[in-house]
Design a protein around this ligand. Structure first.
Ligand SMILES: C[S@@+](CC[C@H](N)C(=O)[O-])C[C@H]1O[C@@H](n2cnc3c(N)ncnc32)[C@H](O)[C@@H]1O
Length: 322
């Protein structure tokens, strides 16, 4: 079984090389690999980014032995393939699942992670000027996957002189193992909380961030499947629960995808009354009008217009309600 310590040893080696890789959609990944037609991976980007089989001689003996110790080598004929990929956000690296991410316990990292990161950074930039430097912010990343969201937030807060105590939650234990390794190499101290969203943690938070699964996934994989109502049910439940766990003045940054139907936004329609009931100040934006277009070929999505990436920012009032 993969241990966070052994995974971190591999990541540390790769980080020291200055490695960078931007993760793309599965379709783009497949197209790039097909068009390049590379039989043997030659570089670290081939091995950990494009996930191409490689010969042992393509790696330094030290990296090869760290991968062997971590159990990250899968035999493919006379070659090896890494069982994990590595992607970068800004200067930080994140181990995540091999391509293609078909496993029920696959750990997600993809273009949504970058959109989520940008949404959080932009939202925080607007808010942090009003937060006292030196304050300790209790942060929760729900459904943390590789841990990228929590690390991005911790970096943004640190850059503004704000300390953070970051809790990383996921229902998938494999995600928390990779999060532990990724956070260690990023130098961000985190607390891990395994289980279903808010039920896995106690207390209130000054900042809750979340990029939940939002598709109706045939395979019901935990990183993709958002349950009933075209994949919306889980996100609505998590957002509703998160609103109840904001400290006075606390903020929810909720990134998700919504299947838009007949020009309407059913996620917003469900959230608006819940938001009004909490007396939060809130704003809502479409971040990308059209993601996962290929899903529309599936019968379950036959009556939708599109799937949009959206961002909800909800800020709890400082004064408790009467
Ligand atoms: C779309 S992925 C996002 C991962 C990461 N936050 C990112 O942006 O790259 C959704 C994550 O939510 C987790 N998840 C699914 N259901 C959950 C639940 N009920 N409670 C906590 N995490 C859950 C999945 O295991 C997965 O890691």
């Amino acid at each position: 079984m993969l241990s966070a310590t052994n995974a971190a040893a591999v990541l540390s080696y790769v980080a020291d090389t200055g490695y960078r890789f931007t993760a793309v959609t599965p379709l783009t990944h497949q197209r790039v690999n097909t068009s390049r037609g590379l039989r043997h991976g030659e570089t670290l980007r081939d091995v950990f980014g494009w996930n191409i089989p490689f010969s042992a001689q393509a790696l330094s003996p030290e990296l090869y032995s760290r991968m062997a110790r971590a159990g990250m080598l899968e035999e493919v004929g006379s070659l090896w393939r890494s069982t994990l990929r590595i992607a970068s956000v800004d200067g930080d690296l994140f181990l995540h699942s091999a391509y293609p991410t078909v496993g029920a316990d696959a750990v997600f990292f993809g273009p949504d992670t970058y959109r989520f990161a940008r949404f959080m950074k932009q939202s925080l930039a607007r808010r942090l000027s009003s937060v006292r430097a030196g304050k300790l912010m209790r942060v929760l990343d729900i459904g943390c996957g590789s841990g990228a969201g929590g690390v991005v937030v911790a970096r943004a807060l640190a850059a503004a002189g704000i300390k953070s105590a970051v809790t990383m939650n996921d229902i998938n234990p494999a995600a928390l193992t990779l999060t532990a390794a990724n956070a260690e190499i990023a130098g961000v101290a985190v607390t891990l909380a395994a289980g279903d969203a808010l039920s896995a943690v106690e207390g209130d938070f000054d900042l809750i961030v979340c990029n939940p699964p939002y598709l109706d996934d045939e395979g019901q994989r935990s990183y993709r499947h958002g349950g009933a109502h075209l994949g919306r049910a889980l996100g609505v439940r998590i957002a509703a629960e998160a609103l109840q766990r904001l400290a006075p003045g606390g903020q929810l940054l909720f990134y998700t995808g919504v299947a838009m139907v007949d020009g309407d936004d059913p996620f917003l329609a469900e959230m608006a009354p819940l938001l009004s009931a909490t007396r939060c100040d809130w704003s809502y934006e479409e971040i990308d009008p059209d993601v996962f277009g290929e899903e529309i070929e599936r019968p379950i999505y036959a009556r939708i217009d599109r799937i949009a990436a959206v961002g909800l920012v909800a800020t709890h009032p400082l004064v408790p309600a009467d």
